[in-house]
Write a protein that binds this ligand. Structure first.
Ligand SMILES: NC(=O)c1ccc[n+]([C@@H]2O[C@H](COP(=O)([O-])OP(=O)(O)OC[C@H]3O[C@@H](n4cnc5c(N)ncnc54)[C@H](O)[C@@H]3O)[C@@H](O)[C@H]2O)c1
Length: 431
């Protein structure tokens, strides 16, 4: 029997009783100095063992000397096995991996077992599940690394905001996977912009122009749920659409530059022009959204996923005294006023830095909480999707209070879940 046909965990399937490893909560209740000596092993649990989760696990293991990958969860057994195989082949971390069969969990409920037996959890599934997993982890008193985006709809964003407030009260670290904020060059440019290097900021342009995207064709034996879960990127309820899934990075960069101020309204458009086959689910392949700030400043947000087209991922900023550019390529972090300045300081591995921050915060007892910006930047992207899907002007308040809940009736592999329709501006209603 494979995990595809069941929502129970592998342990439940094997008929054993899940053993909650004692001590995780107790350890967290102890003063932070308990970790300071560095001889208490932190047990790390990976939830969502795909490409990013596998990378995040590696970075977590490299971030601290006394850390072990202790448990893993995935909706699919093959994804978990592949991830564990990849990680185990890496000589630098192999001796920090201790995930026997009884701590490998499969299915929709697998996250519960991982959270129960670990101190730190890495939330790296498909975005739809982030609010649920985040809440469960904070309820259980665990430190968290949360990949972006952190929700696909407004109820999810509201849940994440509430959960992260709770994390703050409990002294738990919540580190976001919005990794551009860990880029040395980006940090220096943003610091200068916030100090007024180009005067008052008038416009920001957030670009995420990419080529094609992956998709998985439906197999005859797959149920609706199985198909959509395997092909998750192409369904709004699972990914949020690609302007949320991917473009959130550069939208978040805009919010960061604007000192965490968010626009008051958005108007936009988008559609499916090239990626129109059934395997591309119901998401768009291009978006163009104009966001407006209370001050009159604007974000011009453009993203596209169409094969054989030019790629560009960048943020271009114009102010009253000059302009700036932020992009990840060499010399991509620059400011031009009456003179030119380009960042030339040390480069860093942004994925590693975010985990270094997380583990240092746990060891020092100084929790980091990125909850506010990771939730609000996710909403910024969702707001743009709402504007493009409906063809209406969407205010921040409308987006935040939206009642549109993309959660299916249940997480059941046998659930009837017809492919959702593609949004049609002017007809699709704001909810
Ligand atoms: N920060 C970055 O630069 C960056 C880069 C890549 C991906 N990501 C993010 O990481 C997340 C995962 O992306 P990916 O590229 O690894 O995708 P992926 O498909 O390779 O991995 C996702 C995994 O999650 C599993 N999963 C889905 N629902 C689950 C559930 N309910 N319980 C347990 N497992 C579940 C899937 O089976 C899959 O193995 C996304 O949110 C993506 O945006 C971030």
């Amino acid at each position: 029997m494979t995990s595809n046909n069941t929502s129970t965990s592998r342990r439940e399937f094997l008929g054993t009783t899940p053993a909650v490893v004692a001590g995780s909560l107790a350890a967290l209740a102890l003063p932070s100095s308990i970790y300071a000596g560095g001889d208490d092993t932190l047990k790390v649990g990976l939830i969502g063992c795909g490409g990013r989760g596998t990378g995040a696990a590696k970075q977590a293991l490299n971030a601290d000397k006394y850390v072990k990958l202790w448990a893993m969860a995935d909706a699919f057994e093959d994804r978990l096995d592949e991830s564990l195989r990849t990680l185990s082949k890496n000589e630098t971390i192999a001796d920090k991996i201790e995930v026997p069969a009884e701590r490998r969990f499969v299915g929709f409920d697998a996250y519960k077992q991982v959270i129960a037996c670990c101190d730190v959890v890495l939330l790296c599934t498909t975005p739809h599940f982030r609010p649920l997993h985040l809440k469960a982890a904070v309820d259980a008193g665990k430190h968290i690394f949360a990949e972006k985006p952190v929700a696909v709809d407004a109820p999810g964003v509201r849940s994440v905001l509430a959960t992260c407030l709770e994390a703050k009260k409990k002294g738990l670290s919540v580190v976001s996977g919005l990794c551009l904020r860990d880029h040395n060059g980006f940090k220096e440019v943003v610091r200068r912009l916030q100090d007024g290097a180009i005067g008052e900021i008038v416009t920001l342009q957030a670009n995420d122009y990419r080529g094609g995207r992956w998709s998985k064709a439906r197999q005859p034996e797959w149920s609706d749920m199985l198909y959509q879960m395997r092909n998750w990127y192409n369904f709004t309820w699972l990914s949020g659409d690609f302007n949320v899934e991917q473009h959130v990075h550069y939208l978040d960069t805009c919010a960061w530059i604007m000192k965490e101020e968010y626009p008051v309204r958005a108007v936009g458009m988008g559609g499916r022009q090239v990626l129109t086959g059934a395997e591309y689910g119901n998401i768009f392949d291009h978006f163009s959204v104009v966001y407006e700030y209370a001050s009159g400043a604007q974000i011009f947000s453009n993203c596209r996923q169409q094969p054989r087209c030019k790629n560009d991922m960048s943020c271009l900023i114009k102010g009253t005294k000059g302009r700036a550019k932020l992009a990840e390529y060499a010399e991509g972090q620059a400011i031009r006023t009456t003179s030119d300045w380009t960042y030339s300081g040390p480069e860093n591995d942004i994925y590693q830095t975010e985990h270094d921050r997380l583990f240092a915060s746990i060891r020092s007892g100084k929790p980091i909480n990125n909850g506010d910006y990771m939730a609000k930047s996710t909403l910024l992207a969702i707001m743009g999707r709402m504007a493009a899907y409906t063809g209406q002007s969407i205010t921040w308040e409308m987006a935040l209070n939206s009642k549109e809940d993309l959660t299916p009736a249940s997480y059941d592999w046998k659930l009837k879940l017809p492919d959702p329709p593609v949004a049609r501006p002017g007809e699709t209603k704001f909810i």
